[in-house]
Design a protein around this ligand. Structure first.
Ligand SMILES: *[C@@H]1O[C@H](CO)[C@@H](O)[C@H](O)[C@H]1NC(C)=O
Ligand SMILES: *[C@@H]1O[C@H](CO)[C@@H](O)[C@H](O)[C@H]1NC(C)=O
Length: 190
């Protein structure tokens, strides 16, 4: 970081005739102590919720937005991309308390099995978590037992988050494709 600052000063010496001694507010990069950002002790949190992927009926929460020419003939739906705004609930019933939504997409990314690329934000709306998000980026082989996906970041309550999500199918309606998935998420954050 100090290196970035040094480079900036050198380039300003080379390219400007007037040397300005810039105030901190114009400094591109600097190091600071965690306390300056109000960061205290790192915490570990466990979140538990059910994810409802509703693909059928009049009000689906998961819709296919793109596919490849070969997707129809692929046994693994390779190439399909689905955009979701799936409700997250406290219990397995859709009627139980909503704690957030999973917004983003999943794409069929495996030629040899149903293997999804998951790129989603969990947007929480309940209690202390209200308004905070966690971002997941991982691989989800939906017909395996427990799938694990990295949590790569977060916002507000979950700033600097890192951790993992474990997903386990609670129920799957083979006729409609609707699924309820149980999630256990473990994250370090401040
Ligand atoms: C793939 O299937 C969908 C619906 O089943 C159909 O609308 C579409 O035309 C098909 N595409 C190709 C390339 O066959
Ligand atoms: C969550 O925050 C929003 C916006 O600040 C607020 O309108 C809503 O009532 C809050 N919900 C809960 C359950 O606290």
């Amino acid at each position: 970081m100090a290196l970035c600052t040094a480079k900036l000063i050198i380039s300003s010496l080379l390219f400007t005739s007037t040397i300005l001694f810039t105030a901190n507010s114009h400094t591109f990069s600097r190091s600071l102590l965690p306390e300056e950002l109000g960061l205290k002790k790192e915490k570990l949190s466990h979140l538990h919720f059910y994810f409802h992927d509703i693909v059928s009926g009049r009000n689906p929460t998961a819709v296919r937005v793109a596919e490849a020419k070969m997707t129809n003939t692929s046994t693994t739906a390779f190439g399909a991309v689905v955009m979701i705004d799936d409700p997250l609930t406290e219990g397995p019933e859709l009627s139980s308390k909503i704690v957030g939504r999973a917004q983003g997409l999943y794409a069929f990314a495996s030629l040899s099995e149903i293997g999804l690329l998951m790129v989603q934000n969990y947007f929480f709306t309940e209690g202390k978590c209200n308004g905070s998000t966690l971002s997941v980026l991982g691989r989800n082989a939906v017909f395996s037992g427990v799938r694990e996906m990295p949590i790569v970041g977060g916002s507000r309550l979950f700033r600097f988050a890192r951790g993992y999500a474990q997903a386990k199918t609670h129920s799957l309606d083979l006729q409609t494709g609707d699924a309820v998935v149980e999630y256990n998420v473990y994250v370090f954050h401040y």
